[in-house]
Design a protein. Structure first.
Length: 65
């Protein structure tokens, strides 16, 4: 299994906790992180991911409540 996952959230504890749960269940996963929307766009432009876990309300998004 060579699945790659991108966890994108502006809160460190969410990124770390999600990563810990996934790594415990699937130790062979390759996990990458982004903490703002610009990093997400940059990472998906240059790398292929099988799954993106995305916080839609983080710095740089156009999302309005």
């Amino acid at each position: 299994m060579n699945e790659r996952i991108l966890i994108a959230d502006d809160h460190y504890v969410v990124r770390a906790g999600t990563s810990l749960v996934l790594e415990t269940a699937y130790p062979e996963l390759k996990i990458d992180f982004a903490e703002n929307y610009d990093q997400v766009k940059n990472k998906i432009a240059f790398s292929r991911y099988d799954l993106l876990i995305l916080d839609i309300d983080m710095p740089g998004t156009q999302y309005k409540k």
